[in-house]
Design a protein around this ligand. Structure first.
Ligand SMILES: NC(=O)c1ccc[n+]([C@@H]2O[C@H](COP(=O)([O-])OP(=O)(O)OC[C@H]3O[C@@H](n4cnc5c(N)ncnc54)[C@H](O)[C@@H]3O)[C@@H](O)[C@H]2O)c1
Length: 446
């Protein structure tokens, strides 16, 4: 079977490469000429473990090709996946113009029945709207299947190949059968395939992300309380997580959820609910808590070093999470912006996201450094903002020697507090009691 994937981004390219690996011929189309040129030369334009190898393996095998010519790809494919971005146009209102534009192009190019599969995350009712728009352009029959994507950056291939579930929201048995057949290789691993209608699929994607947002904000609030109570949040999280009704995942405190999905999707769900005359106070509360966490951390830093103005702050981690170079809505970048606003000089290092950070924030006081020790060099304080594994094994003595000051803010609890304290750091983590010092060691996990 021939399929088209529109959008060679973090979802589209992963899905295209994985579908090609299932043995399907995939035409991957994007309107970004430079991106397509790079892919044709075997260069993947962003960080995702294993993706480069998978793309190149399937391109060489002739199952994956790249193009900017959408009409041509449409004519060769029965099924057209759409994985274009839906970033906010205004807060809570995803920009659906690329999706509708692609819909119009498909309508104009199709010469026989097609199945459009919407992978992009869209508000409830969007597929129905898209169908109405396409029907204005063509009388040829088509179906729309809502197939929201749940992959996570950093483990995207594994998530696509071994999903917790595949959701297919379809309005006809024919289109459901066609798309179900594409996912047939997943029968072997017994991945649940949930068949439903378009609206349920659309809403279920938002509800999943909103639930994760609530869970993250919940543990961050408990971490704040643990700071004041002198209790270790990881012990509390362990007790919570062993309750099978709660589960252990997403109970790790930090500076809040970021990236291109959770904040945007939580805002969009709240906005959709308002349009439908409904309040979501729990989800709104989770969103508000998330927004406060950077300021909470900044206050802790100020308590430790006094005014931030003219201070040099080392920053470790800029990506919104490890194993990606994605800085979209990264809370680490928010924290950096706060530091710059306060007049600090920021020396930052991220193992993958230095270039993306430089493209996002241009400021004379933001210096991007080649490694963690350079970022710490002559710094008055150091803040660990993304939990890259390499930050878990830093040489504390070398870090401390490199610095002028002795304050360490560990926003992701990557560092063993008492190891840092032994080297002379004043340590503040998340939900590990107030500032730990040599005189007053940290509350360690039992
Ligand atoms: N990134 C994630 O982890 C993730 C996970 C699940 C769901 N999603 C959702 O999937 C969708 C895509 O997200 P992403 O992160 O892959 O976005 P992205 O920005 O990485 O990629 C989108 C791609 O679409 C292309 N594009 C835009 N308009 C186009 C058009 N008219 N014709 C052809 N190509 C066009 C862009 O050039 C870009 O390459 C969004 O709705 C997002 O919310 C993302």
């Amino acid at each position: 079977m021939n399929v088209t994937m529109v959008g060679a981004g973090r979802v589209g390219l992963v899905a295209a490469a994985c579908l090609a690996d299932f043995g399907i011929k995939v035409h991957c189309v994007d309107n970004d000429v430079r991106r397509i040129d790079a892919l044709r030369e075997g260069r993947v334009p962003f960080e995702e473990p294993g993706l480069s190898e998978l793309v190149n393996k399937n391109a060489v095998a002739g199952r994956l090709c790249f193009s900017t010519n959408l009409p041509d790809a449409i004519r060769q494919s029965l099924v057209i996946f759409i994985a274009v971005g839906t970033e906010d146009e205004t807060p809570g209102s995803p920009n659906l113009k690329p999706l509708f534009e692609v819909g119009k192009q498909i309508a104009r190019a199709m010469e026989e029945y097609k199945v459009l599969v919407v992978k992009s995350t869209v508000p409830v009712g969007t597929s129905r709207r898209l169908a109405r728009e396409i029907m204005k352009e063509t009388s040829i029959s088509f179906d729309i299947v809502s197939n929201p994507e749940f992959l996570r950056e950093g483990s995207a291939i594994e998530n696509f190949m071994r999903p917790d579930r595949v959701v297919l929201g379809a309005s006809s048995h024919q289109s459901l059968a066609i798309v179900r057949d594409i996912y047939r290789p997943l029968y072997l691993i017994e991945a649940p395939i949930i068949a439903t209608d378009n609206e349920t699929a659309e809403l279920a994607k938002y509800a999943s992300n909103a639930f994760l947002s609530v869970k993250i904000s919940f543990i961050n609030e408990i971490a704040n309380l643990c700071d004041n109570a002198g209790v270790n949040v990881h012990d509390v999280a362990k007790v919570l997580g062993l309750d099978r009704r709660i589960g252990p995942k997403f109970l790790h405190p930090g500076i809040g959820f970021g990236g291109s999905c959770l904040p945007k999707d939580t805002r969009a769900l709240i906005a959709s609910a308002h349009q439908l005359g409904c309040e979501l106070p729990v989800i709104e509360g989770a969103y508000k808590t998330n927004v406060t966490l950077c300021s909470y951390l900044l206050e802790r830093l100020k308590n430790a070093v006094g005014t931030i103005e003219h201070k040099t702050i080392g920053v470790l981690g800029l990506a919104y999470k490890p194993l990606t170079d994605d800085v979209r809505e990264s809370r680490a970048m928010d924290f950096v912006r706060l530091l710059l606003k306060e007049g600090a000089v920021v020396q930052a290092f991220d193992p993958a996201a230095n270039a993306a950070a430089a493209a996002l924030v241009q400021h004379e006081n933001l210096l991007l450094m080649p490694d963690a020790y350079e970022a710490a060099s002559n710094a008055d304080a150091l803040a660990v903002l993304t939990e890259w594994n390499e930050f878990r094994n830093l040489d504390m003595q070398r870090l401390k020697k490199a610095m002028n000051g002795h304050v360490l803010i560990d926003a992701r609890n990557c560092i063993e507090p008492n190891e840092a304290v032994m080297e002379g750091f004043d340590y503040f983590g998340r939900g590990r009691g107030t500032m730990a010092t040599k005189e007053q060691p940290a509350v360690v996990a039992v």
